[in-house]
Write a protein that binds this ligand. Sequence first.
Ligand code: APR
Ligand code: PHB
Length: 392
Amino acid sequence: MRTQVAIVGAGPSGLLLAHLLHLQGIESVVLERQSREYVEHRVRAGVLEQGTVDTLRAAGLADRLLREGLVHHGIELRFTRHAHRIALSELSGGRSITIYGQQELVKDLVRARLETGRALYFQVADLSLDQVAGPEPVLRFRHGDRAVELHCDFVAGCDGFHGVCRKSIPASEQQVFHYDYPYAWVGVLAAVAPSTDEVIYAHHEDGLAMHSLRSPELSRLYLQCSPHDVIAHWSDDRIWSELHRRLATDDGWVLQEGPILEKSITAMRSFVVEPMQYGRLFLAGDSAHIVPPTGAKGLNLAVSDVRALADALSEWFVHGRDELLAQYSATCLQRVWRAQHFSAWMTQMLHRAPDDSTGFMHRLQVSHLRYIAQSRAAATSLAENYVGYDLA
Ligand code: APR
Ligand code: PHB
């Protein structure tokens, strides 16, 4: 088999790249380890920056997102039992965010790919990369009982943090930067109307709590827990009682409960590999970088990588020029490091530090939160990063 771009992974990165290339008349093959059912039902993040929505709309992929997504103009910070609204749009020149579950976006992207009639293989096994440093990389994999060899001009490594592409780059050719946080999140999807109109980030002495939304009938909630915790320790009753306690305010706000449909624990880490390229292999999305979810940046970074990669590959295939490919990694890393800083900053401001034996960090955090609630300059900084900030 031969194609122009072999895309490993059918998450948001791989599927969006496939579509953007298709729009330029560039052929690709998408290879995914899991089943369609699995990727379409994996519950993940849900906040889209306006730039992300604009990219999807321009690619003709936003019909359902524009119908069903919830457009938000603010978020709420809660601390010392009080609520403070950060007016994102007012503070960022009118930009907004849209709440739309990542798995819904993946469903839209899979459907769009299948409609193009171009190749998308699920349940691909034992994938390996060869000769990515040369002009014609080769991918080998099994699909059903066939052993396949796929030749291509470029490989897009869109296979997430645990994928094979990054691991195919020699260690001497990459530099890894990472930080593991001493906490994790219990994430919950509940069949109940959200008790809030905007996403709530709550700071509490027992740890962060968050209330997000998915639809008029579905709530998404999170609680800080230990990175060593297991979900079996989190009964539904315990989850609701912790949420009530950590989200409580003095003005009598009420959290509505409902059946818990899904719950799991997510580790929190910051991770970047540099450069995001090796020969003809280009990494995009979670395969190249991970942010802790507190800044809601993961999906948005994936989309901006892919937009840059699609532009660079189009320039190569359509105009025979390689300037954008040569700049790809440096271009993406500007945005990646801004998002890394913002995500780490939000994370450290809102989580209980396990080694804070005297409560020093807790007091710093409360002072920081008060400053953001009171100072327009501080709130503007949060807002412009939250809606997506491009470093020149
Ligand atoms: N062969 C084929 N596919 C693979 C392999 C492999 N060896 N390893 C991983 N994959 C697939 C995974 O099954 C997954 O479907 O690659 C896909 C990667 O998708 P994501 O993890 O969703 O990564 P990405 O598309 O970059 O999207 C980033 O996902 O984790 C969230 O917060 C993150 O929203 C961000 C988004
Ligand atoms: C979500 O809706 O899942 C969500 C929202 C904001 C975050 C993280 C997750 O920071």
